[in-house]
Design a protein around this ligand. Sequence first.
Ligand code: MCA
Length: 514
Amino acid sequence: MMFLDTLHAFCLAQPERIAIELIDDPAKPPQIVRYGELEATVLRTMAMLRQKGVQPGDRVAIQLTKGLPFIYLHLATMRLGAISLPLNPAYTLRELLYFLQDAEAKLFFTDALSPNAIQELAAQAPSVQEIIVWEKGMGNAFERLIMPHRETDAAAIPLPSDPDATCLMIYTSGTTGWPKGAELTHRNLTANLNSLHEAWEWQNDDVLLHVLPLFHVHGLIVALHGALNAGATTVLLPRFEPLQTLELLVRRPCTVFMGVPTIHRRLVEAPGAERYTLQHMRLVTSGSDRLPDDLFYRFEKQFGVQLLERYGMSEAGMILSNPLHGERRVGSVGLPLPGVEVRIADPETNAPLPDGQVGEVQVRGENVCKGYWRQPEKTAAAFTPDGWLRTGDLGLREPDGYFTLKGRAKDLIISGGYNVYPSEVERVLNEHPAIEASAVIGCPDAEWGERVIAIVELRSGVRAEPEEIMQFCRERLAPYKAPRQVLFTSPLPRNALGKVQKSALRNACCQPSD
Ligand code: MCA
């Protein structure tokens, strides 16, 4: 059974169970959505989408503040056989335009744009037949949208029958070039959920506290889909706030929590954290960035529970995980998940390497996406001739099967669990009239893991201020991608082939993190 069939069956079998508790205002009682209501609202949303002309294979872009309308639209889109395209509300117009144009989205739901931006977007993204817009947080605008539609309007629409049809597109960037849409199919999502269900022993009486964004694989598939697939309850917090999180984990009480290292560090360091113990929780995971050893120990000491570190990527969902039972090895990302094959190979020749040797982490399995949207060459380059996905991460396998990451072959910065591709930031910097050339690096940072630093070479005879350059970037890039610091150099260190030597820049420019 595919994920949507499992969810549908559960909604019919146990309509009274709570699917979602949305906590919009901590002073008020949560908004409760039972599985039966989830099914009914998804059907009404499907009817609305159908009426707007959505056909199987169409892309529906969803750029909404974290909340129920996002979830209904996302599930309804996939159930119609169309493709859900979640987008970060913090994207600038320029970023957004790229995604809408590249994906040729048909509908675009947003609560993040100004009227001017909408006009510009409508003019420049001709594939978008309708922009459905409402003000941030106006969930009742969504209610009005689906009000004319009844469950029965969509009840006869069959569940998607082709497991290999794309149902979700997540954009990822590359070392060069523009972001590309990883096409995830019903089979990919289902395979991943089945592995996680087995490895993490999801139960339908689990209560997940959800604080992550919904527009990435971590918050969307691993957390939200994971809970829905198990018939469990998701307590949804629109924003992460450390003390509110600790309070809810204890008082609700919750059994499962997922975070990135920046989130776990904020929990450990929250004033008053010593008042809380999380010993009642059966699963607290960490992912999207390497978990620093000190944080693993501090979290356990503070809260009496061991973090479970796992590793994944948008193109493949979850790949490796420390075990639920058994040794959670500090510094290791654990063992291959059920149904997922992982090997270490020579990044040049793709020949498998013996245990203990560092090479590229490569992945195969039903969890791996079918490729990048309308990018056959980039798809071919991402896979080895014998069908392994090249992750671009370096690592080794220990003789007992545990994998440890040892760096990245690709030029990538991870800040607070978000991937920042230096090439994307450099492209923006190089558009600045005063800049001749630029290099973007990640420097170690105690809070964010890495912080984004730009080193720029100015055109001769031209002056510019760091603050003005940072502002130029903030106008064009989501805030987490914008450099936190701009340094000047002349010229940038280059090798004989003219390539900027980033390791030299890292050595010279990264101050020790406080
Ligand atoms: C927010 N800011 C950031 C970041 N987040 N800057 C750098 N890196 C970030 N990650 C900016 C804000 O825009 C703001 O900028 C300033 O930092 C302070 O914001 P603050 O309120 O402290 O941040 P926050 O809103 O509390 O967010 C911190 C966060 C968030 C909760 C850690 O970054 C987060 O939810 N991270 C999780 C990301 C995630 O889910 N990644 C999964 C993708 P200004 O002051 O200029 O306004 S990877 C994935 O899915 C793979 C498959 C996997 O394996 O998981």
